[in-house]
Ligand binder design. Structure first.
Ligand SMILES: [Ca+2]
Length: 470
């Protein structure tokens, strides 16, 4: 009897010890997966009204999570948009506005800038970047120098390759040098032709999924800046056939497959209750992509289609399912918001333009955007539903987005007082940026990552060495 009691007692002690140990595990912030599509328009996916492209996984993501109707990028081209996203700061404040960075160029995001990856790394996160970087291709500028533990992808746009006959305008190398595929900071393969281009979504997804699996037991930040749907567009034959020969649709649908694989991996690893997933695009759609009801696209004056992007957030159990949020938030807000979420410290020795919109991202009831106004670079401003855009020859146009989301009826002449007020706010914003800028960085000697493919495998051979066929 006594022996049985003792046995019971020791079992209880053991259980108690186990429970105490379990609770002694330090607080672990949620994982963060940030999926950043290239050149995808506001109307390209099912949750944002597309009826042609089949996007069941994004439809499910929206059904289980939050759709943000008024989420913006802070710049309209790949390099400045990524610079702003990574640093929470306007690209023109940190010398990364204007044109994109070209292969072999001596310019890049300054290594002194503090990226989301660097902030999260300090909090114990493992950080990975899988996809298109485009913040400088010299070793000093690649992801490993900006807080990422792992990198796999292409260092700049997929059209910067010999297939683009226009040639590199910066290094005067015509045509472009071969498009490398980088692992960590070394070229391991190259994109030789359309067949290789058609594997970019697949290989980026595969690498991201493997990173998530590898890090299931520790907090991770997985940044997935897909090379798709930037031109030139190619697709695997099976995916093209499924999309009835429409390559734009095929690319969007493969992005949807990719999102499905990532969310399924999180579910399989039982990480779904502990992972915030954000899906968005780097600028308005280009080359036949859909902006839905919005005017404009990549390039041109700053109409909504230029900078408002299809955005979903997902975190089952924390973000309410099937909710729609219409408060204003932008990509520069992600750094301060993710800092708040993870307990990271926002740098105070420099201007960070983004604001904490965590409540907006998580769909908190009644939450309001902290932005007094939204700036479209220095060429447009939105305050509440009033939108002023500097149109042709810098003539201000005024729209009421509540009644006219397509910006069809310029009502500037009817509201000179509102035009003047918004114009003066926009001018003050532009002047403030000029007064407080930080430079991009330059290296003395810049060179293309690879001048000739040399002994590197084609991407398809790298992915499946058994089918090597040179
Ligand atoms: Ca882009």
């Amino acid at each position: 009897m006594l022996l049985t009691r003792l046995k019971k007692l020791s079992f209880l002690c053991l259980l108690l010890t186990f429970c105490t140990q379990a609770h002694a595990v330090p607080f672990r912030g949620p994982n963060i997966v940030l999926i950043f599509i290239d050149d995808m328009g506001y109307g390209d996916i099912g949750p944002f009204g597309n009826k042609v492209n089949k996007t069941p996984h994004l439809d499910r993501m929206a059904k289980e999570g939050l759709k943000l109707t008024d989420f913006y990028v802070s710049n309209t081209a790949c390099t400045p948009s990524r610079a702003a996203l990574m640093t929470g700061t306007y690209a023109n404040r940190i010398g990364m506005d204007g044109r994109v960075v070209f292969p072999g160029e001596n310019r890049g995001l300054h290594p002194d800038e503090i990226t989301i990856a660097e902030l999260l790394k300090k909090e114990g996160y493992t950080t990975g970047c899988f996809g298109k970087w485009h913040l400088g291709d010299q070793k000093e500028f690649l992801p490993l120098s900006q807080g990422f533990d792992e990198y796999f992808g292409i260092p700049y746009s997929n059209d910067m390759w010999p297939g683009n006959k226009r040639g590199n305008p910066v290094t005067n190398r015509s045509p472009y040098t071969p498009l490398p595929v980088i692992r960590q900071d070394q070229a391991v393969a190259y994109v030789s032709d359309g067949q290789d281009q058609a594997l970019l979504c697949e290989v980026i997804t595969k690498e991201a999924v493997s990173f998530i699996r590898k890090n299931k037991k520790n907090p991770f930040f997985c940044y997935i800046p897909h090379a798709y749907v930037h031109s030139p567009r190619y697709a695997r034959p099976d995916i093209l056939e499924r999309a009835q020969g429409n390559v734009n649709r095929a690319n969007v649908e493969e992005i949807d497959d990719s999102v499905g694989q990532i969310l399924d991996t999180l579910r399989l690893l039982k990480l779904q209750d502990h992972t915030l997933v954000i899906f968005t695009s780097d600028n308005g759609g280009a080359g036949g992509m859909s902006m839905g009801p919005l005017r404009g696209g990549k390039g041109g004056p700053k109409y909504e289609g230029h900078m408002r992007v299809p955005t979903l957030t997902w975190w089952p159990g924390t973000i309410p399912a099937g909710k729609v949020g219409n408060e204003i938030a932008t990509t520069i807000d992600l750094l301060p918001s993710l800092a708040k979420l993870t307990g990271a410290t926002i740098p105070i020795d420099r201007t960070i333009d983004g604001q904490d919109v965590l409540g907006v991202l998580l769909g908190e009831p009644g939450v309001k955007s902290p932005h007094e106004a939204l700036y479209y670079e220095v060429e447009g401003i939105r305050k509440d539903n009033w939108k002023l855009v500097m149109g042709k020859r810098k003539k201000p146009e005024l729209y009421n987005l509540l009644k006219d989301i397509g910006e069809k009826n310029d009502i500037a002449s009817k509201h000179p007082d509102i035009v003047n007020k918004l114009k003066s706010m926009l001018n003050a914003h532009a002047e403030q940026i000029i007064e407080d800028t930080r430079p991009s960085a330059f290296v003395e000697q810049a060179a293309p990552i690879i001048s000739q493919p040399e002994k590197l495998p084609r991407l398809r051979d790298y992915m499946d060495p058994s089918r090597k066929q040179k």
